[in-house]
Design a protein around this ligand. Sequence first.
Ligand code: AMP
Ligand code: ZN
Ligand code: FE
Ligand code: FE
Length: 287
Amino acid sequence: MRIDLHTHSTASDGTDTPAELVRNAAAAGLDVVALTDHDGVGGHAEAIAALPAGLTLVTGAELSCRLGGPDGFSVHMLAYLFDPLEPELARERELVRDDRVPRAQGMVAKLNELGVPVTWRRVAEIAGDGAVGRPHVASAMVELGVIETVSDAFTPDWLAGDGRAYVEKHELDPFDAIRLVKAAGGVTVLAHPLALKRGNCVSESAIAELASAGLDGVEVDHMDHDDATRARLRGLAADLSLLTTGSSDYHGSRKTCRLGEYTTDPEIYGEITRRATGAFPVPGAGG
Ligand code: AMP
Ligand code: ZN
Ligand code: FE
Ligand code: FE
């Protein structure tokens, strides 16, 4: 069984539509794929309708969180198999998603001040129906020839957390996220916790506190973790009785990672599905 528990579609900042994503996942030889768009579930229905026979879809989302209050830093919380209609969690997702619009407009304004002629109109076009984020702004910069690749925007010069054109967005408290996802019958896995190149990393003591608050697992095998980091996280997860996952964090052509580049152990996948009560994995009927 090949299981990839972290992917993005055009419902956020990926470039495959949800239908393309599930077809590509089947073509990549996956048996299970989770659709985890940033702060939203807008891609699930299309993915389910297009699900090829032999592929199972795990519904999910990647929730933007902020650890340590206003002076803290961003962490991403993967949430699986929660009830998408549970009102409190749905409202929190909406608040984060809605705030992404003025935030992206703010980044466009800062880029304009820096002499980069990106327009909100073009960024909004690129984002389409998806939750707008920095990769969309970065794509507009690539089009203008300001930078070569989307990744080049994530530097102090541009849109990194300490970047000249960076603007913060509303984010959830990760402890609230854990509680809300659980209340909606879902399971939480802290995404790429020790991805150094993204700036600040979660401390081991913070992971321990999140575990005490009910965090289910940590993402270990991820392109942003080197071998030493993975070994360290695996040790920590064993100490804290956390599940460990592996996943591609596929974004279509906006990132270099391939579907199924990293995968999750079937036993751990089984445990995630046993813990979840908000939704069930959807087996493909061959749509
Ligand atoms: P946002 O949610 O708008 O703050 O944007 C965060 C997204 O930017 C992440 O989900 C990644 O997909 C992408 N991202 C973060 N760092 C990088 C990087 N160094 N290179 C390419 N994409 C990145
Ligand atoms: Zn993303
Ligand atoms: Fe992430
Ligand atoms: Fe992601």
